[in-house]
Write a protein that binds this ligand. Structure first.
Ligand code: 5GP
Ligand code: MN
Length: 340
């Protein structure tokens, strides 16, 4: 954060009483953890604070301190619009464009309220009075820690703040293994543990609370995996019928896309998940090394994200989406084989 951004932030906080904090659609651990971490920090400083998510988020995050307080745009439309209209200041966390909140974005665009963005995705839009954007950061939760530090608030870290920020960093770094995990990330983690984050318990709550159905779905997914050795790539499909058979619940497919990357030589992995209700195929894309799935998802599948983790969608059938995907690969053959 620059000195100018910090001074603007301090000024905005000085004249605000009611603050709203918003994460992206289909919130992940980083979105929920960073929003709730900031929530407790601001609440403890005396602000009236609300956390709003565009829609529901996975059960493995619902134990996080403060998660009971989260409002959902999809479920509590009127209360959410009202809360936003009364806000003096809105923080948007872990996303770089208002359309990343789905239909909620139109409400946000219509507001006459200053925004502060805290985010680590590339190519941020310019809607905020303060854009604290840093693509080198492991997670937005790590940025919230630094943000609290900028505001001289580290002495105010509570177990609630520490637990939420730890969970955000943990999930966005793939348990501290992705390249953006820096020495500073580990120093931040150390301070969060000192402030009361129970690291072992957080890992258990997030990774060891799965249902037998989810495990069965993983079996189906791995069985469906197709390797494309010519492109150092692999993909997985899950049809609506397969999801229904395993009683699919939100969050059940989280992390599935990473499995193919554990195969030697695979640097690009995609999962295609059919959603009959929305009439789309939801895609998650992951890579190792320099191959940019952010560019790939932006160019071909109405999505985006980071270099090594992105999302996208297609309105074709599952079969046709996979066909389209395979037809694009030859133009990336050199880039993909270079990275493997
Ligand atoms: P996931 O595959 O877990 O849905 O998303 C991976 C990363 O890509 C996350 O950082 C997420 O915020 C981002 N992402 C997912 N879908 C989209 C999308 O449609 N547009 C953009 N710009 N980013 C996305
Ligand atoms: Mn993130």
């Amino acid at each position: 954060m620059t000195e100018k951004q910090l001074q603007s932030t301090i000024q905005l906080l000085k004249v605000s009483k009611r603050i709203v904090i918003i994460g992206h659609k289909n919130p992940d651990g980083d979105a929920v953890g960073s929003c709730l971490g900031l929530y407790f920090f601001l609440k403890n400083r005396g602000y009236e604070v609300n956390v709003i998510m565009p829609n529901d988020y996975p059960d493995f995050l619902k134990w996080l301190p403060g998660s009971d307080e989260i409002l959902q745009f999809e479920r509590q439309h009127d209360a959410v619009v009202d809360t936003c209209q009364q806000a003096d200041l809105i923080f948007t966390l872990d996303f770089n464009a208002l359309n990343r909140t789905g239909g909620f974005g139109e409400v946000l665009e219509s507001l006459d309220v200053p925004f502060i963005m805290i985010d680590h995705h590339p190519q941020p839009d310019e809607y905020a009075a303060v854009t604290y954007s840093d693509t080198s950061m492991s997670s937005t939760a790590e940025m919230v820690f630094h943000f609290i530090d900028y505001l001289d608030g580290l002495a105010e870290l509570s177990p609630e703040i520490a637990t939420n920020l730890y969970a955000g960093i943990l999930t966005d770094t793939g348990s501290f293994r992705f390249p953006a995990t820096s020495a500073t990330t580990h120093q931040v983690i150390a301070q969060l543990i000192e402030a009361g984050a129970n690291n072992s318990l957080i890992h258990q709550e997030i990774y060891d609370t799965q249902s037998p159905d989810r495990m069965k779905l993983l079996g189906v997914a791995l069985n469906n995996m197709v390797l494309l050795p010519d492109y150092s790539a692999a993909y997985i499909t899950l049809s609506q019928e397969e999801l229904d058979r395993c009683q699919f619940k939100k969050g059940d497919t989280e992390g599935f896309v990473n499995y193919p990357l554990s195969i030697k030589g695979v640097v690009f992995s995609v999962i295609f998940i059919e959603n009959k209700q929305e009439g789309i195929i939801k895609m998650s894309l992951r890579s190792k090394g320099n191959f940019s799935v952010n560019d790939f998802a932006r160019n071909y599948f109405h999505g985006g994200g980071h270099t090594n983790a992105a999302g996208g969608r297609s309105s074709l059938s599952l079969e046709d989406t996979v066909k389209e995907f395979i037809s694009i690969l030859p133009s990336y053959k050199n880039a993909l084989n270079h990275d493997s």
